[in-house]
Design a binder for this molecule. Structure first.
Ligand code: G3H
Length: 556
């Protein structure tokens, strides 16, 4: 069935690829391979190299996937495990162990050669790879990631570790040289910062967390790691791998509520490096707790509200497929997701009709289903929040243009394409971080430029169009507002060798395979006036191997 929009374009109202009834399956219909066999609990903590049974309280972990037990009508959220609810005291014990292992830079770990640290990380990678299936399965059950995306997340993380090792060897080779400049002979090496606190997000609980954790470790820092709010259980299978691969105190893992555990760590003043992916307000609050904020080095991945700008001459098929993928991959729960579509008025109706149809064609269901792309959401309260965004937009004149958009069943929210969205609506102003696609029209490029300039966020944007002069001009006007401009492509972080950063409230620092090694280290120079006696001194130190730091050794 088709219905007409204001301008006469047709919008599909054919039944969507999902049904609010019967959305959640019976226990029996979960494929044997993916069945939760009694849940997975984390009952130990990793502190000072020891896996210790946690004696305190536990938090129950519920899956966003609801199941209908045999003979019952209502699907119920499945309890899939429990995790230690550590308190401030236990978190501080973990921090003290990291502080001791760092030993003000004289500990065993920061004193190891680059080659030795690489060996430990390689050992961890071998162990980690042996847990692929368990981690993938937990990504599906705990955050509702599809099997395909969960596999991608795992493999991308393993590749990231491999690439990090390669990049460190390159860095080490470069740093082994001496330079003579202005009458000074010098060697500059990258040395660790100190004790790092690494916290990851729930949407990429393995990948994003490990893109800070692994560089922090390999550069010689010691670490306290707190897994994301959801996506915690997958750390369970890796606990032993961490314990086996790293010396005592080098990696300490804490579980529990952020407000109970992270505050005391920050207030202690013993954290030197803060790696955090979350909201800018959360990051600010935590940084301010540090008694010497100027000593806290930070790398932050924060809020983003990435827009797509669809110009009048855009290739519509391409723009629609990239925008739908950009807005709805992992149900829109990516910091890089396209959160607002700004479309030229001349093609807006047609664009909306095609986007709606494309959304109707997406398969909704359980993460293990083949070809599924829309799945239940893990955050409690999220469904109500998304419903409120839709109601607010509707009350102010927008319509839901796709079939069943905005309908929900338990933890599942069917994507809503909202059109036309205006500046007054919450869907325009707020980062939805979920399956709501607000479409805004513009008649003049200046409106788009104003939107980007006035935005509080500056991670990335996408431009869809074909006129080189127009796009070149827009690039120049917008390049100082964001960290990456994507042409005729959705926003994304990868490939991981490219810089990932942002301006304004969206980030602090730059991550990429090579940048992360720089972020977690400080360049330290050994320099001497280039007199004969100094040159002799340096030569003797190097030849007779009197120093681990001042050396010309390097890795192939
Ligand atoms: O949530 C933010 C992630 O870093 C996004 O990564 O763009 O490659 O999906 P991605």
């Amino acid at each position: 069935m088709q219905k007409k929009t204001k301008s006469g374009s047709e919008i599909s109202t054919e039944s969507a690829n999902w049904s609010a009834n019967d959305f959640f399956p019976d226990i029996e219909s979960v494929p044997e391979k993916f069945r939760q066999k009694g849940g997975v609990s984390i009952t130990e903590t990793l502190v000072n190299g020891q896996l210790k049974p946690w004696p305190g309280p536990f938090a129950e972990v519920r899956s966003p996937i609801c199941l209908r037990a045999t003979g019952t009508e209502e699907p119920q959220p499945l309890v899939i495990g429990r995790t230690p609810l550590m308190d401030g005291h236990a978190a501080l014990e973990a921090l003290d162990s990291a502080v001791e292992a760092y030993g003000q830079g004289r500990g065993t770990w920061p004193s190891l050669s680059v080659a030795q640290r690489i060996e430990h990380v390689e050992q961890f990678l071998v162990e980690m790879r042996s847990h692929r299936e368990a981690v993938v399965e937990l990504l599906m059950w705990e955050i509702g990631k599809t099997y395909a995306d969960a596999c991608k997340e795992f493999d991308r993380t393993a590749d990231y570790i491999q690439d990090t090792i390669h990049e460190l060897k390159v860095l080490d080779r470069r740093s082994s040289r001496f330079e003579t400049v202005g009458g000074v002979v010098a060697q500059t090496r990258r040395l660790p910062v100190g004790v790092a606190l690494c916290m990851g997000p729930y949407n990429y609980p393995l990948n994003e967390t490990f893109t800070t954790l692994i560089p922090a470790l390999i550069m010689g820092n010691t670490v306290v790691f707190k897994p994301a709010k959801y996506g915690v259980l997958l750390i369970g299978p890796l606990l032993e791998a961490f314990q086996k691969a790293f010396p005592a105190g080098v990696i300490n893992i804490i579980f529990g509520r952020g407000r109970d555990t992270i505050g005391p760590l920050m207030k202690s003043g013993k954290v030197d490096m803060f790696a955090f992916i979350g909201t800018h307000s959360g990051a600010s609050a935590l940084k301010q707790m540090h008694p010497k904020p100027h000593r806290l080095k930070a790398v932050l991945g924060l809020d983003a509200n990435n827009p797509a700008i669809v110009l009048a001459d855009a290739d519509l098929d391409l723009a629609v497929s990239e925008c739908v993928a950009g807005a709805l991959s992992f149900n829109g729960q990516r910091c890089t997701a396209l959160k607002l579509l700004l479309v030229h008025e001349s093609l807006a109706d047609e664009f909306v009709a095609r986007v709606s149809k494309a959304v109707d064609n997406l398969v909704a269901g359980m993460p293990w289903q083949p070809n599924v792309s829309l799945t239940p959401l893990p955050e409690p309260g999220k469904i109500d929040y998304l419903k409120a965004l839709v109601s607010d937009a509707e009350a102010l004149g927008a319509r839901v243009t796709n079939t069943g958009g905005g309908q929900a069943n338990g933890t599942y929210f069917h994507p809503a394409v909202l059109y036309p969205v205006t500046t007054k609506m919450r869907a325009y102003q707020e980062e939805q971080f979920g399956p709501v696609i607000p479409v805004v029209t513009f008649s003049d490029e200046s409106e788009v430029i104003r939107h980007v300039r006035e935005s509080e966020f500056g991670q990335q944007l996408s431009i869809f169009g074909s006129d080189p002069a127009a796009i070149g001009g827009l690039i120049d006007v917008l390049a100082n507002q964001v960290g990456r401009i994507n042409l005729n492509s959705q926003c994304q972080r990868g490939p991981d060798t490219l810089p990932f950063n942002g301006r304004k409230n969206s980030a602090e620092g730059t991550l990429s395979v090579s940048d992360a090694l720089r972020v977690f280290s400080i360049r330290t120079t050994i320099a001497a006036k280039s007199s004969e006696s100094n040159r002799d001194l340096v030569t003797s130190i190097v030849r007779e191997r009197h120093s681990r730091t001042l050396t010309t050794d390097y890795l192939f």
